[in-house]
Design a protein around this ligand. Structure first.
Ligand code: HEC
Length: 165
């Protein structure tokens, strides 16, 4: 048991560190946190991948979990040619820089392995957020109404003989 705990303490930070540097720059480019140097739109505007991308649910383009198992160098080649009708005109005058293709390919390959979040999970999150919003609006509207009607009744009570408190 103690051995397991030790192994966990030693291994986990290494694994995290081993992954973080190679994947993070690509993730930032994908989500648009870091703009593409050529001025092209961020991939996450149209593609969802492993929960990254606009509002977890960008879906003009296919979910890129289809890239699972594809070699990063093959993905890099794809990003150079971009043989996809919807994307070609957008990136025609705005090519990806070579280091951006490398960073994106590393991120795409790793994230595709993680896969897309289950649609069920996404619905639960959106449903909970929506319910929270509705409750908050009802709460606010209700609070305002109770206050003003109470004030009105109290003000009215002052004009009724014997009604003063
Ligand atoms: C304007 C929306 C849009 C943007 C931005 C975009 N894509 Fe796409 N992408 C698409 C569409 C739509 C397809 C499906 C083929 C088509 O209709 O062109 C596609 C297809 C792909 C495919 C092939 C996937 C498959 O399973 O066939 C890959 C890989 C890909 N895109 C990667 C990227 C990367 C990486 C970026 C960012 C540099 C990006 N895309 C930006 C819309 C977009």
């Amino acid at each position: 048991m103690r051995f397991l705990a030790l192994a966990w303490l030693v291994l986990v930070p290494r694994l995290v560190h081993a992954q973080a540097p190679s994947v993070e720059p690509g993730r930032a480019l994908f989500t648009g946190e870091r703009p593409l140097s050529g001025g092209g739109p961020p991939c996450g505007a149209c593609h969802a991948l492993a929960g990254d991308g606009l509002a977890l649910s960008a879906n003009l383009g296919p979910a890129l979990s289809s890239l699972a198992g594809v070699d990063p160098s093959a993905i890099e080649g794809l990003l150079e040619d971009l043989p996809f009708p919807t994307m070609t005109p957008l990136y025609a005058g705005r090519p990806l820089a070579p280091e951006e293709r490398t960073a994106l390919a590393a991120y795409l390959a790793a994230a595709a392995e993680r896969g897309a979040p289950a649609p069920g999970a996404r619905l639960v999150v959106l449903g909970a957020a929506g319910a929270g919003l509705v409750l908050a609006v009802i709460g606010l509207a209700g609070r305002r109404r109770t206050r003003s009607s109470r004030a009105r009744i109290l003000a009215g009570a002052n004009t009724i003989p014997g009604g003063h408190r």
